[in-house]
Design a protein around this ligand. Structure first.
Ligand SMILES: *[C@@H]1O[C@H](CO)[C@@H](O)[C@H](O)[C@H]1NC(C)=O
Length: 174
């Protein structure tokens, strides 16, 4: 039993670490007026015919890029002249979005999508959450996120220790 529970605690720890890491990677926090970069890296080997950034709650897109230029047709007016690609040549698959002068109205879940020339279909590459805080301290959201994750981790460890103590009592150890 002991040889089973100890490694499973290690797995739980590793899992939580991955969750915390993933949260930190996919959430961007900013203050109003800042320019933000929403990261997207297209895996090597994909031949793309176009790419777009969408926001989950909007039908019109944030940015549409094809034929080596930005296509303003069908772009949500809210983003006009406020967005660009970090690198229009997309060197090394860099399709990161630059969003200028953010406000709290920019909060949302943004996804980076490519049109795959071989499969002739849209593929989602990644999703990034943006939180624009009205308060000072740009990393407040991240700190809260990490604190919550740390709290969950501590609760898991305490739970495990109580469980083990209980188990030992039942077996007559201690
Ligand atoms: C940023 O946006 C605010 C309104 O949200 C506007 O008043 C201001 O002029 C903008 N600044 C720049 C540099 O575009």
């Amino acid at each position: 039993m002991a040889s089973l529970t100890l490694p499973s605690l290690c797995w739980a720890q590793l899992f939580l670490f991955v969750v915390v890491f993933a949260e930190a990677q996919n959430t961007i926090t900013a203050e109003p007026g800042q320019d933000v970069v929403l990261p997207c890296r297209i895996p090597t080997g994909k031949i793309i015919q176009g790419m777009k950034w969408n926001r989950a709650d909007l039908d019109e897109y944030v940015l549409f890029f094809r034929d080596e230029r930005l296509d303003p047709d069908g772009q949500h007016p809210f983003f006009k002249n406020r967005v660009d690609l970090q690198d229009r040549k997309m060197n090394n698959g860099d399709a990161s979005l630059v969003l200028k002068n953010v406000t709290t109205a920019d909060d949302g879940s943004y996804s980076c999508n490519i049109f795959n020339k071989e499969t002739k279909s849209w593929e989602s590459i990644n999703t990034v959450s943006l939180t624009v805080s009205g308060q000072t301290g740009g990393s407040v959201g991240l700190i809260i996120g990490l604190s919550v994750s740390a709290g969950v981790f501590v609760a898991a460890v305490v739970g495990f220790l109580i469980y083990r103590k209980h188990e030992r009592k039942e077996r007559g150890v201690n």
